[in-house]
Write a new protein. Structure first.
Length: 578
């Protein structure tokens, strides 16, 4: 029940009303359907038996009227259930998406993107279908079974023992099937995660796939993932498909026994023909309600795994929480940065740290270069500044205050990051740039693009800043993406600007122009430049050399050339290539 309450939390009033009205109208339909067989018995035993045509017409017209009202109630019940279920799914997806937005990078790493996509789509759809089935059939079926049983007992209590024996046997068998099937459906949903991961990876890197002529390999990889889903689904449904044959066996057995014993009762005068006909109708209603319950049972078994996966996301406690204290800092005074004996591990394991004993101090307004080999944790280091991750031990201070003391929005609004992977979104160039500042004027946008050396190529497009980029910026080159991402970051007018290898796709002349413009445009902003090319950082006020998650050296370009072996080797290697 606690899981159900978590799923229903925040459901809008209009969808709650529809969710309540659906069972109410379905119960009205069942009441009318229960009365109709009784009227049919009266037609046979009174009207036809006494050759009273007026009685037959009168009761027959009443049956037609009740049938029309019953049909209306059923149609309204179906509509209410559809609206309620769609609203429930909308609410649930919105809550899940909102929850994921609050996830730390660690939470996203733990769940994986493909798994979160599956939970937002397939799992929510499974739960939506189950919800619709519950508010419609889960009230109709039990009420029909109870009312049909009462009416059948009212007609002939002795004959009713036929299904009183069958129902408990069937309930035990269904419970056994459900217990065994649930783990199999959980495994099936994990196979869906793997399939989504394969699709996502392929579509994201489709250019790489084509350039390396790996289409056949990717086709086989997808085929294997799809086969794994199919095999897991077949394995899960092998048990569930037994439900329907069992139901049909019970239905036909009960009907045969009712006809056998009921026919004998009619023959010996212990039961009227109309009563037997209506009794068989009630038996059909009872067993049909059992069929509905079996369908609900199948949906519950399937959705149980999906519910658990959704609740797992809703229950996730982000590792990084916003400071809720009244004293949370709402302003970053300056762009100074201090790392005090910082250790960090993605696995939260002190024995597996990717940053060890890092201490450094950066003054506000300085230009800082960070250089090091692949895997030296340069990107991890700067990710701690806007608190994308939290330290394992030690502290990171911005503007003289621990980053954990800040309101998260305040902190991140003061730090602009241009990541290694340049991410642009569907929409126009202007819309993408306004991610940096949604209230930016056209003049500010142009100024930022000029500083990022992007204005010239943007102006060359027929539609200029209104040019549609397509999904992920497919219409422009890698270097152009980088410059637009830099311009977007500049529009934030941050206290700290972090460029994480963000000029790797531009030539050295463009790189130099961008660095010069950054000095002139944001003189008071602390600028951290992570780069592979020493020419990108040699003019920095201070350069840090990283090696295996540790600070190997720091100083100016000249000092490091003289005193740091790693820096000198990188410089000489790059000079020999020029």
């Amino acid at each position: 029940m606690s899981n159900i309450s978590k799923l229903l939390k925040g459901l809008e009033r209009k969808y709650k009303v529809c969710s309540v009205m659906s069972p109410v109208t379905m119960i009205g339909e069942v009441i009318l359907e229960t009365v109709i067989p009784l009227l049919m018995a009266k037609i046979i035993d009174v009207g036809i038996a006494n050759n009273d045509l007026s009685y037959v017409l009168k009761v027959g017209l009443l049956m037609v009227g009740l049938s029309c009202v019953s049909l209306f109630c059923g149609a309204m019940g179906a509509r209410f259930s559809a609206v309620g279920a769609l609203g429930f799914a909308r609410n649930l997806r919105r809550r899940l998406f909102s929850k994921i937005q609050d996830f730390s990078f660690g939470s996203i790493d733990r769940f994986s993107t493909s798994s979160l996509v599956t939970r937002l789509t397939t799992d929510v759809t499974n739960v939506q279908n189950t919800y619709q089935m519950i508010i419609r059939m889960c009230f109709r079926a039990p009420f029909m079974m109870v009312s049909g049983t009462i009416m059948a007992c009212f007609i002939n209590r002795k004959l009713s023992t036929v299904f009183f024996v069958a129902i408990p046997i069937l309930a035990v068998l269904l419970a056994l099937i459900g217990t065994k099937a649930h783990p199999r459906f959980g495994k099936m949903m994990k196979m869906y995660d793997n399939l989504n991961s394969t699709v996502q990876e392929n579509l994201t890197a489709i250019r790489v796939v084509k350039s390396f002529v790996r289409t056949d390999f990717e086709n086989k990889k997808f085929s294997d993932s799809a086969d794994a889903v199919r095999a897991a689904q077949v394995h899960a449904e092998k048990l569930v498909i037994l439900t329907m044959p069992l139901m049909q066996l019970v239905i036909y057995t009960c009907i045969i026994l009712s006809l056998w014993f009921g026919g004998r009762m009619v023959a010996f005068g212990n039961m009227k023909t109309g009563e037997l006909v209506s009794f068989i109708t009630y038996i059909g209603q009872i067993l049909m309600s059992l069929m509905m319950l079996s369908m609900i049972f199948i949906m519950l078994v399937l959705s149980r795994a999906s519910i658990a996966r959704i609740v797992e996301v809703l229950d996730e406690e982000p590792e990084i929480k916003n400071s809720e204290a009244v004293s949370a800092v709402k302003e970053v005074s300056n762009g100074s940065i201090e790392f005090d004996d910082v250790n960090f591990s993605y696995l939260k394991d002190p024995k597996n740290c990717v940053l060890e004993d890092v201490s450094l101090s950066i003054k506000s307004g300085q230009v800082v270069g960070i250089i090091g080999g692949t895997g030296s944790s340069k990107s991890t280091l700067v990710s701690l500044i806007p608190r994308l991750y939290d330290t394992l031990s030690g502290s990171v201070k911005v503007g003289g205050r621990d980053v954990r003391d800040y309101d998260l929005k305040t902190l991140r609004d003061s730090v602009a990051m241009v990541l290694q992977k340049n991410v642009l979104f569907s929409g126009s160039i202007k819309e993408n740039l306004k991610w940096g500042n949604e209230n930016a004027t056209d003049e500010e946008i142009v100024e930022a693009c000029k500083a990022a050396d992007a204005h010239e190529f943007v102006s060359s497009f027929p539609e200029g800043y209104d040019t549609d980029l397509g999904q992920g910026g497919v219409n422009i080159s890698g270097g152009q993406k980088q410059r637009l991402c830099i311009a977007r970051a500049l529009l934030k007018k941050p206290k700290i600007l972090i460029l994480d290898d963000s000029t790797s796709a531009v030539d050295t002349a463009t790189d130099a122009r961008i660095r010069t413009a950054l000095r002139n445009t944001l003189p008071d902003t602390t600028k951290i430049i992570i780069a592979q090319r020493i020419t990108s950082v040699q003019d920095a006020d201070v350069i840090y050399v990283m090696d295996n998650g540790k600070i190997n050296g720091c100083g100016t370009h000249e000092e490091l050339l003289r005193d740091n072996e790693i820096y000198r080797e990188v410089y000489e290697s790059q000079q020999s290539q020029n």
